[in-house]
Design a protein around this ligand. Structure first.
Ligand code: SF4
Ligand code: SF4
Length: 345
């Protein structure tokens, strides 16, 4: 490991300010280099993990081996791109504040501003030889990332008001096909960013009728996506998925975790919670409900064991609809009410 050789000062000269969850100074991570304190600048990674996934991250093979959506973009709305100078830039009008690019930057060079738009810190130190030696460049980033991780963990994001973000996004999109596409990428990419293998079907794929699959060593989560509020059709599709995977894919030995990923929890009037309870009582199948806000909480907290978290904290039915309280208890965090993990009456 060459550490920061070349364009970065020696690693020993860094003092990392590690921000704790809820830290009032939450913002970009900061570095103190020889008495100069500044936001940790973009290192212009040659592989730009904030912008795209590596091909092998998308192509991991799991228990349900099917074709998959090959879109490599981390950003579900294509709002972040690498500019000619090597620094990613964000389109303010397209950013939905999902935080995925923020979580992907290993050195904390991206943060969300007060309006929930991603902002990339200027390179620090100046560009100099940064992009002239790709190997040094990548080594420097990896070393810094390790240092940050060893120092504790960079937690620099306050929980965002994802519910309002999502509502306005989905309203603005208008076209159901677009909202489904963006929503699918948010869900798949969140799993990937959290370190859980995941595959998303692409529109028109007749081979894979299941919309989203995520898996770890022992569990395969089978999901249907619904950016709307009436999840009854998603529930019907999910039951059909379960029948198909048992008949077609042979997932013996794997624990199957069926879930519905939604924009917001449905309100109590639509009968969703009663139906979920009936499915559990009559078929012995627990269907988990994962709203976008819950995924954002996992992302904010850097929760790596997200399938276990889904299982322990995201089952709601007519008898227990308080996802907010369950998630707070499981993760031992305080979640702002605005995240909206309680159904409307
Ligand atoms: S923002 Fe972070 S991940 Fe993206 S290129 Fe810069 S240092 Fe690398
Ligand atoms: S915060 Fe989300 S929407 Fe905004 S640029 Fe980053 S990945 Fe894209």
């Amino acid at each position: 490991m060459r550490g920061g050789a070349g364009f970065l000062p020696p690693l020993e000269s860094y003092q990392i300010k590690v921000l704790a969850p809820g830290d009032a100074t939450a913002g970009p991570a900061t570095l103190d280099i020889g008495g100069t304190i500044g936001p940790l600048g973009c290192l212009r990674c040659s592989d730009a993990p904030c912008v795209r996934f590596a091909p092998d991250e998308l192509a991991a093979k799991g228990p349900i081996d099917t074709t998959f959506n090959p879109v490599q973009d981390v950003c579900p709305t294509d709002a972040i791109r690498v500019a000619p100078d090597g620094v990613p830039s964000v389109s303010v009008s397209s950013c939905i504040g999902c935080g995925l690019c923020v979580a992907r930057c290993p050195v904390g060079a991206i943060s969300l501003d007060s309006t929930n738009v991603a902002t990339v810190s200027s390179p620090l130190p100046p560009r100099a030889t940064a992009v002239s030696d790709a190997a040094t460049f990548v080594d420097g980033r990896a070393a810094l990332a390790r240092l940050l991780i060893d120092a504790g963990r960079v937690v620099r994001i306050d929980l965002r008001r994802v519910e309002s973000q999502w509502s306005s996004l989905l309203d603005a999109l208008g076209k159901p096909s677009d909202s489904r596409r963006v929503f699918g990428l948010v869900a798949r990419n969140t799993f990937l960013v959290l370190g859980t293998a995941s595959r998303l079907a692409y529109a028109g794929d007749t081979n894979m009728r299941i919309e989203l699959v995520a898996w770890d060593d022992a569990t395969v989560a089978v999901g249907e996506l619904d950016p709307g509020r009436d999840l009854l059709d998603a529930l019907r599709r999910l039951l059909a998925d379960l029948a198909v995977i048992r008949a077609r894919y042979g997932v013996k030995g794997w624990r199957v975790l069926p879930f519905i990923c939604c924009a917001t929890l449905p309100n109590k009037r639509v009968g969703y919670y009663e139906l979920v309870g009936d499915i559990k009582r009559r078929l012995g199948i627990k269907v988990y409900t994962v709203p976008a806000g819950a995924l954002e909480v996992l992302l904010d907290r850097g929760v790596a064991t997200n399938l276990a978290t889904i299982e322990s904290a995201m089952y709601v039915d007519a008898e227990q609809t308080d996802l907010h309280e369950m998630l707070e208890r499981t993760l031992r965090v305080v979640i702002p009410a605005e995240v909206g993990l309680r159904p409307a009456k």
